[in-house]
Design a protein around this ligand. Structure first.
Ligand SMILES: [Zn+2]
Length: 150
């Protein structure tokens, strides 16, 4: 039994940097509503910059656009649920002269969690939001947390 000869494959299509990954048409910069899940909840971000294929409507995000979309979605989620914004979390931390690592330790969190909150790459839970507000608003909270720090 002879093995069938492999059929020569046509060279794969070389796509330009702005080509649609689905159909090869040059994509165009667009702004519009894109949806992104945050904590299992879909958040609609208006005016999100992206690349859209005029032919097949495929949407592609550049790295920078994806980062921005994620930050905007988290900011909207925080606003909707009445959670502290990234800048407010930073303000609480700086008021007590804590590093991101210090605050993470006080709240028994992973080392990079506070940095992700402040960069808008992650959102604090409602329970953590209450703890941050306690720290900000109730005198003596920092000392209390220090006594119970990890
Ligand atoms: Zn396309």
């Amino acid at each position: 039994m002879t093995t069938p000869r492999k059929r020569a494959r046509s060279p794969s299509q070389v796509l330009g940097p702005d080509a649609c990954p689905r159909c090869g048409t040059t994509m165009k910069e667009a702004r519009g509503v894109l949806r992104l899940p945050v904590n299992g909840e879909e958040v609609a971000v208006a005016h999100a910059t992206h690349q859209r294929c005029p032919k097949c409507k495929e949407v592609v995000l550049r790295l920078e656009d994806a980062r921005r979309l994620g930050e905007d979605a988290i900011a909207l989620y925080r606003k909707k649920h009445g959670l502290l914004a990234a800048a407010e979390i930073r303000a609480v931390r700086e008021r007590f002269d804590l590093t991101q690592g210090d605050l993470a330790k006080l709240l028994h969190l992973g080392q990079n969690t506070v940095s992700r909150w402040e960069a808008g790459r992650n959102v604090q839970t409602a329970a953590m939001d209450v703890l941050l507000r306690l720290l900000r608003d109730v005198p003596g909270s920092l000392e209390y947390l220090r006594r119970h720090a990890a």
